[in-house]
Design a protein around this ligand. Sequence first.
Ligand SMILES: [Zn+2]
Length: 294
Amino acid sequence: MDEKLRGKSILVGRDALQNSLLVAVEGTGTATVAGTLGVPASVSRCKPSEGMAHCKISVSQSGALVVTNMKSANVTCVDGVEVASKHIDEKSTLQLGKDRYGVSVAAILQTATEVVNGRARRAATVGERMRNTPQTTVGGMVAGQAGAAPAAKPVAAAAQTGAASIAHLKRVWDNYHDEEIKIRKQQKEIGLLSSVPMIFTLGSGSLAAIAKASNWSDSIFTVTMVMSVVGFLLMLYGFYRRYNDKSIEEIEELKEKFESEYVCPKCRHFLGYKRFTLLQQDKSCVYCKTPFSS
Ligand SMILES: [Zn+2]
């Protein structure tokens, strides 16, 4: 246990950019646990700026460790047993999320130690990984997770010219665009749903009036009554759908995810709500001037 970790809180969660496991030491910085690519989405994001994470490891002044699940929906297990908060030691293994993603406490502490000593790797870009090979490896990988960590893909051309490949941003843009359209369609559907009951109500009212004026048989009233009831039920359903409409939150979450992923591979500056095809026309990053290749 490094002295510098005493009295600190360590936030642990998913890094959305690379889907690796991100460790944030309170008031210091962040680093990803080496070899933890492919962390499933059931592990909650680690957002130190908002104090959010999947779980938190508190280190006391005496060096005792307590892990706390940050949100009941997260699910944190210690050596296979689900816990809300529990004393752990360096030999414990955590399983995170409903997919029970495994990571050893030793690996987390090792990464946190690197953070407090300023030796941590920032979430490295593909280009940086090329230059930094061999990548430092933090020990303590849990068996069964090793397969989830593919080796860094060599992008020789980009590394040689100092250019940063933005090819992967096409998928980021496409995902964002598709999701946004899906949410907007839902909103439209809910909007339409609220006008349908009106048609039924007005329709049945008009029909009743005409039937009365023209001395139609009484059976027409059964029809108008059914129409009114159907209209009423549709209205209730419309209310229910509106009440449960999470599209505003969904759009916010989508934007937040997009803004963290649609970034310059070099300086990590958000590149704006700009179509990928337009982005390709920019020859370099407007913020750090790194040339783009795709
Ligand atoms: Zn840049």
